[in-house]
Design a protein around this ligand. Structure first.
Ligand SMILES: Nc1ncnc2c1ncn2[C@@H]1O[C@H](COP(=O)(O)OP(=O)(O)OP(=O)(O)O)[C@@H](O)[C@H]1O
Length: 339
């Protein structure tokens, strides 16, 4: 039995401008013990899917099972099997850390949970904050408490929705060390993140969502194998010629282009020279998950544009276009979010 099963999940948000199809028949399974990544540009539908999984929103169609329990009709059992670390920092300001964790244990009907609470505090670097009031904690410490709160009932499936957005390197390392240990001991992990380096390092399988649809789903190693194997990277202040701009991943002055072999490198450099573009710091590196992500999302967006008869957007000069919602998913700006 899969740990999580999404079966034809759809979600429509009605709006004055017409219905917004946030999820369109999303189907995939996550097997027990997997470290699974759910990636997508802003507005792709990740949070909507996780909210439905956590029972915080209801699907318009389809169903979601956690360890075989339907999140709607068998909510209690499904919720008990899940540990959800939310994006937002919500906490009770009157409790200290240990009290907050005891209270959360009580919510799941667990008494005498201090041995596990101590393990959680130690694993997340919170031992010396056990008696600190939640109000006194820094944002990073509060986030650690949120993770501990999600895990008080030892859920077999751990869901992390952008757990490292805006947190420092130390917390990221502590968190990943701890979650990886739980995963090695058998916990299933579902992670959404914009940090593609983290997803590449941690996840054994990845689904990419775009405009509410699964546009890629494979083992991380397979996704990487599919990508262009090398990338040519350089810096420039000049505007790229159109043929290169269409393929480039641009972050500030840094331009990165797929270049599988020496001829591709020569072609790019010739095009740059011909256009009178001045380049610095040229180097060649191996393609990573961010390259795959851009390739997949761009491919899906151009298919969408072709279907709708929309002409491709112009690309700004040496600048990463903003992440779009469903309204404009012309180009994911994952580079801007990278750690
Ligand atoms: N409560 C809501 N009412 C109306 N539309 C919504 C609501 N929640 C989300 N949406 C829309 O549904 C789409 C999917 O949003 P969602 O937040 O699930 O995307 P996401 O992939 O999590 O994005 P992000 O990476 O920015 O968190 C977006 O177009 C969003 O504007």
């Amino acid at each position: 039995m899969p740990a999580v099963s999404f079966q034809n999940v759809s979600k429509i948000y009605p709006s004055s401008r017409g219905d917004l199809h946030a999820l369109k028949a999303v189907s995939f399974d996550i097997q027990s013990g997997e470290f699974f990544g759910l990636l997508g540009p802003n507005g792709a539908g990740k949070t909507t899917l996780i909210s439905i999984l956590a029972g915080l929103a209801s699907a318009t169609g389809g169903r979601v099972l956690v360890k075989g329990h339907d999140v709607q009709t068998d909510y209690q059992a499904a919720r008990r099997a899940l540990g959800v670390v939310p994006q937002e920092l919500v906490f009770d300001p009157f409790f200290n850390v240990r009290e907050a964790l005891r209270f959360q244990s009580g919510y799941f009907g667990i008494r005498h949970n201090d041995a596990w609470i101590d393990e959680l505090l130690a694993g997340l670097g919170l031992t010396d904050k056990a008696s600190a009031n939640m109000r006194q904690l820094s944002g990073g410490m509060k986030r650690r408490v949120l993770v501990a709160q999600a895990l008080v009932h030892k859920p077999p499936v751990i869901v992390l929705d952008e757990p490292t957005a805006g947190v420092d390197v130390e917390l990221r390392q502590t968190l990943w060390h701890f979650i990886s240990q739980l995963n090695k001991q058998g916990s299933t992990v579902l992670l959404t993140t914009h940090y593609l380096e983290e997803a590449e390092a941690l996840c054994n399988r990845i689904a990419m969502l775009n405009r509410g649809e699964v546009v890629a789903l494979d083992r991380t190693s397979e996704l990487l194998r599919r990508a262009a194997s090398n990338v040519l990277r350089f810096k420039t202040d000049d505007t790229l010629p159109d043929d290169l701009a269409a393929m480039a991943r641009v972050t500030g002055r840094v331009v990165q282009l797929p270049a599988n072999d020496a001829q591709a490198v020569e072609r790019i450099l010739a095009s740059v020279r011909e256009a009178g573009v001045h380049v610095d710091d040229i180097e060649i590196r191996k393609a990573d998950l961010e390259d795959v992500f851009i390739e997949v999302i761009e491919g899906s967006n151009s298919a969408h544009r072709a279907q709708e008869g929309i002409s491709p957007p112009g690309r700004p000069k040496a600048e990463t276009a903003p992440m779009g919602g469903n309204e404009d998913t012309s180009m994911p700006s994952v580079g801007a979010n990278s750690p």
